[in-house]
Ligand binder design. Structure first.
Ligand SMILES: [Zn+2]
Length: 726
């Protein structure tokens, strides 16, 4: 349930403590009990509006506002169960959380199917312009009106029945698709010498098996995308890389029929709801508005990137030729440059041009001090501070401190804002759960836990948000050290967390991440920029040998050194690291554009059969990405279905994959136009916060961008940054 209202604006520190922070169920029974209470409250609120408010008297205040308030508890329940499912240390709680989450989705389905509620929301929607409502109230009403339309409340009974059947069709095929992907055991067997180039760590992780009657010892390489990525970047032999690429494109073949069934059902659903395509409805709420606008954005960028990508490609081809000549491995199969060559020669490019030793670099990024240094950046930019909850504070917050977090590893920070008179106001909770453990969500992510909102008596409820990462726990004599890529990921996810913490809306559904899908990645891509600025990168770093005398002694011993290395990452290395991020960037961006264009092809137009989809994947990937995906003159009969070996086009990014490209491009525009000269400028940080983070989904996202930039956003900064003069 939402916490009680906090005390605000007092100067006595102890009075400032929030009275009741979010508490996490510590048994499956208490989780189910909380859920039943939330469900009953929501159902009562809906029934009360329907029985007390005649349709013609429906207004924002008597219909949307009370329902939005009841919805806040449901959102909180939903968010917290998602977190518990992903990270609780107790398996029975994870299982119960999954169940509760699915039950919560059913409540939404029930709610959006209530035609009597829709009738009232429609009346409010149709009169928003006359009713003198502010923008947030209008957008809240519009959001719900659209949600009801999306569930077919405007359809007749026969059509609604069809819609329900289609929904079920999508649901069952999606879940079958996901199941195949999760359970897939596809692999390729490699003889002992084939994986040459793979790092020892990866090689050690491969299962060793025997093959054939002779019992030839082989390595078993799984075809999950992270392993394929690593193998293509490290294995020296081009023929082995080709075999791995082709096997991965043909893996999880059982998933393909489910993939195609989801696409067909999505199209049927769109047509039934009066749309030309599935993406049309989705996009109408976002920044781009139409599939045509997305396509023209992507094509414009693609055309501008192509000349630079061609130069990058020539450089990689050159590297390949030199490698083949020096290794004496030239044969007829190694002619040409293919998609399975790009990751390997990109790695060679990084090694030869930037001489970055990833092991040495990681010594400058011990996870906990890095986190502290990142939070210090936010402190400067946004005038906020982070106070880690210790045992005394925990006891002041609740008499059951165990329920303050979902696992003993989790750090809880109280986030305060300091105004110009040096007064502190509590603004929210940040949870940080850094280390991997059994049963925990396996990637780096931000979880919203509690949206901010204002209750019926006008009291603000503070937001709560969590950073989850999966770094290995520190060993007894060394801290956990991060790769530069992990540092960027962590900053990216903290960008989502800051969006959540700094948003201020009256309605929970519009808070923080309650923005259109194509805006949600923008604040986090924006913050990634700090990891490319040499000075900022240096300020995030600290060599682990400075953290304790024991670490210092260990480092000297391991390196046979008399003195310690510099405390911060030296200037020449921060510059090299920043520059290395631009290596082959046009090719990498074209690859993202391929995915985004493919997503528009399958979701933004008519319905396509399997052959058409495969043909697009084969031909357009070559045309847009500029790299051959098959050997010329030796084309295999079936190149496979790589698009159906990932969840991207079926789950979260379906219909909005372009937003990854869009966010990167607009983030460069925001950063270069406002932060480039002084990345920690408080005034600019404050302006950014007020215009882009604070409104959440209560303003039109494109309007927010225009207000901040004082003009239309453009691709120019991104292109200039990667060396393309305009
Ligand atoms: Zn993100």
């Amino acid at each position: 349930m939402p916490p009680a209202p906090m005390e605000a604006e007092h100067t006595n520190h102890s009075c400032l403590l929030p009275l009741t922070p979010p508490l996490f169920a510590d048994t499956p029974a208490s989780l189910l009990e909380d859920f039943e209470q939330t469900r009953a409250t929501f159902v009562n609120a809906v029934n009360s509006v329907v029985s007390n408010i005649p349709v013609e008297h429906a207004s924002f205040e008597n219909t949307v506002a009370p329902l939005a308030l009841a919805d806040a508890s449901l959102i909180i329940g939903c968010q917290q169960t998602r977190l518990l499912e992903a990270a609780s240390g107790n398996e029975s709680i994870r299982t119960a959380a999954r169940k509760v989450y699915l039950e919560t989705l059913k409540i939404y389905e029930w709610f959006h199917g209530r035609r009597d509620v829709f009738d009232r929301v429609s009346v409010v929607y149709e009169t928003t312009n006359d009713a003198n409502l502010d923008e947030e109230a209008k957008r809240m009403t519009e959001k719900w009106y659209r949600a009801f339309l999306n569930e077919g409340c405007q359809l007749n009974d026969v059509e609604r029945k069809t819609l329900q059947e289609i929904n079920e069709d999508i649901r069952s095929n999606r879940s079958a698709f996901r199941k195949v992907l999760v359970e897939a055991q596809d692999c390729i067997l490699l003889s002992r010498d084939q994986p040459s180039g793979l790092s020892n760590g990866v090689l050690d992780s491969l299962e060793q098996v025997t093959d054939g009657a002779q019992g030839t010892p082989m390595f078993r390489l799984g075809l999950k995308s992270s392993m394929v990525k690593t193998a293509l970047a490290q294995i020296q032999d081009g023929n082995v890389r080709k075999a791995i690429f082709e096997a991965s494109e043909k893996s999880v073949a059982e998933a393909l029929p489910f993939f195609m069934a989801v696409l067909r059902a999505r199209h049927r659903r769109a047509v039934l709801l009066g749309n030309k395509s599935w993406a049309e409805r989705l996009l109408s709420e976002g920044m781009m508005k139409t599939p045509e606008a997305v396509q023209s954005f992507l094509t414009e960028l693609q055309d501008k990137l192509a000349p630079l990508a061609a130069i990058e490609l020539d450089n990689l081809k050159d590297l390949k030729e030199r490698y083949l000549a020096s290794s004496g491995k030239q044969d007829e199969y190694s002619k040409g440059f293919y998609i399975w060559d790009t990751p390997y020669f990109h790695e060679q490019h990084l090694k030869q041009s930037y001489q970055l030793d990833s092991h040495m670099l990681s010594e400058y990024f011990p996870v906990e001090p890095v986190l502290e240094n990142m939070l210090a950046i936010f402190t400067e930019m946004f005038s906020i501070s982070f106070e880690e909850v210790n045992e005394t504070t925990a006891r002041a917050l609740t008499d059951n401190p165990r329920t303050l977090v979902w696992h003993p590893d989790v750090k809880l920070f109280l986030v305060w804002e300091t105004n110009t008179q040096n007064q502190k106001t509590f603004i929210g909770y940040l949870y940080v759960d850094l280390f991997a453990r059994t049963g925990k969500y396996s990637t780096c992510a931000n979880f919203s836990l509690h949206p901010g909102f204002t209750d019926a008596t006008g009291n603000p409820h503070p937001p709560a948000t969590a950073l989850l990462t999966n770094f290995p726990s520190p060993s007894p004599n060394k801290p956990t050290l991060l790769q530069h890529l992990n540092v960027i990921q962590m900053f990216h996810e903290l960008g989502h967390a800051m969006h959540d913490l700094l948003s201020r809306t009256r309605h929970a559904a519009l808070h923080g991440h309650g923005v259109p899908r194509d805006f949600i990645e923008l604040p986090s891509h924006m913050l990634e920029n700090w990891c490319s600025v040499p000075d900022q990168l240096a300020s995030i770093s600290v060599h682990y040998s400075y953290l304790s005398p024991e670490y210092a002694a260990l480092w000297k011993h391991e390196n046979g050194a008399e003195s310690l290395p510099p405390r911060e990452l030296p200037h020449h290395l921060t510059r090299q690291l920043a520059a290395s991020q631009r290596a082959d960037i046009a090719l990498a961006s074209l690859r993202q554009i391929v995915f985004a264009q493919f997503d528009m092809f399958i979701h933004g137009g008519g319905v396509h059969d399997e052959e058409e989809v495969k043909r697009w994947w084969r031909e357009e990937r070559e045309r847009i990405g500029l790299v051959f995906v098959q050997e010329k003159g030796r084309e295999p009969a079936d190149l496979g279905h790589g698009f159906a070996t990932t969840v991207h086009f079926i789950e979260g990014s379906a219909g909005s994959y372009y937003s990854h490209v869009l966010s990167q491009v607009y983030a460069a525009d925001l950063f270069d136009s406002a932060f480039k000269l002084d990345p920690r400028c408080r005034e600019t940080g404050d302006r950014y916060r007020r215009i882009l983070l604070q409104p959440g989904g209560s303003r039109d996202p494109m309007e927010m961008l225009r207000t901040f930039l004082g003009r239309e956003p453009s691709q120019e900064a991104f292109l200039r940054r990667i060396g393309l003069a305009m």
